[in-house]
Design a protein around this ligand. Structure first.
Ligand code: FES
Length: 363
């Protein structure tokens, strides 16, 4: 047993040393000079070779989603490389589906510029900007969730209700890594000089930064907007909104949009929480109930023991089964954990909500 363990340790040490030698060799020997980067067959940039496609694009102020900060673990930074990307690396394979592989998708954080390269990215990524913001408001809305408002100064952000931004957490005491993390925007699309976010504490690098190190008046870099989860103008039937915890953020942005534009579609917002103390933004919800007569809020509590709670108990998927008669004309917007969304989708299918009208953001 101890021989196997020793052999494993030796092999893993050799692998790490080899990786370090290769990286060092690539840095010192790999002088790739200038290379041409062509995007969407339209824009060509002359850039220094040798760095990753992700950081090269960022230097050119083109921001690709990169929630893991370029570590090759989130899979957000995919772009199509039509020429010059070199072979797909072993670090990319676990995050590429067969279809993506066939479409020449690559992880831009892993793909290094060694020669002229041609890529394709969605046009809307040209609308993504980096903002130097200032925290102007911060309050705890539950024991684990903070509401934050960031002022963008003279800069303007244009996004769709439901989209997300990335916040840069710099190094701080006890953490020497700089990371970007994705958070859905809770503010109105008309509030163009600010961004509001709801950030829950998970013990991770970025949430520790926000909950334990960030103060009102601090400067924070935010880039965005991103994402294909957003309110669809072309639907006009009734809507189911569902979320839990910070999953309320994009739903708030959607409801603000509906309230500001007097979109009075029948709308039920199913919100899941553990206890009454985990319910928040209730004043805001009350405002939507007054402004939008066809809007209804249903909170479902999974661990509330107090007899004072008169609402639903259990899980959101059960509340959907209970309150929705026939969902065939509905569309649905869901934001929450993958497990929660999967079980909500099952309930929606049971109620005949068309699959192509179910939009979701798993986080
Ligand atoms: S940035 Fe996360 S995988 Fe590339």
């Amino acid at each position: 047993m101890s021989t196997i363990l020793t052999t494993t340790l030796i092999i893993s040490a050799i692998t790490s040393i080899l990786a370090a030698i290769l990286t060092a060799a690539d840095r010192t020997v790999g002088n790739y000079g200038e290379v041409k980067l062509t995007i969407n067959n339209e824009k060509t940039y002359t850039v220094e070779g040798g760095t990753s496609l992700l950081s090269t694009l960022r230097n050119e102020k083109i921001f690709i989603p990169s929630a893991c900060g370029g570590k090759g673990s989130c899979g957000y930074c995919k772009v199509v490389v039509t020429e010059g990307g070199g072979p797909v690396l072993a670090t990319e394979l676990p995050l590429l589906t067969k279809e993506e592989f066939a479409k020449n998708m690559r992880l831009s954080c892993q793909c290094k510029l060694k020669q002229d390269i041609k890529i394709e990215i969605p046009e809307e990524l040209f609308n993504v900007k980096e903002y130097a913001s200032t925290v102007v408001k911060m309050e705890k809305v539950t024991p684990t969730i903070k509401y934050l408002r960031f002022d963008l100064g003279d800069e303007e952000i244009n996004f769709r209700p439901g989209q997300y931004v990335q916040l840069k957490a710099p190094a701080y005491e006890g953490n020497d890594e700089e990371v970007y993390r994705a958070y859905s925007v809770a503010s109105s699309v008309n509030d163009k000089h600010a961004i509001e976010l709801l950030i829950g504490y998970t013990g991770g690098i970025a949430t520790t930064y926000v909950h334990q190190h960030l103060n009102v008046g601090d400067n924070v870099h935010i880039n965005g907007p991103y994402g294909d989860f957003y309110y669809h103008e072309d639907d006009n039937g009734p809507i189911i909104l569902a979320g839990a915890g910070t999953g309320m953020a994009p739903i708030l942005s959607i409801l603000k949009y509906m309230a500001e534009n007097n979109i009075n579609r029948k709308t039920i917002f199913f919100f899941g929480a553990k206890t009454m103390s985990d319910l928040f933004m209730l004043e805001q919800i009350k405002y939507f109930e007054e402004k939008l007569p066809a809007f209804k809020f249903i909170a479902t509590l999974s661990r509330e023991e107090s007899p004072d709670w008169n609402g639903d108990r259990g899980r959101v998927p059960d509340s959907i089964i209970k309150h929705v008669e026939n969902g065939e004309n509905y569309s649905a917007y869901l934001c929450g954990s993958p497990a929660m969304i999967d079980s909500i989708i099952k309930s929606l299918e049971e109620k005949n909500v068309p699959l192509n009208k179910i939009y979701y953001d798993k986080f």
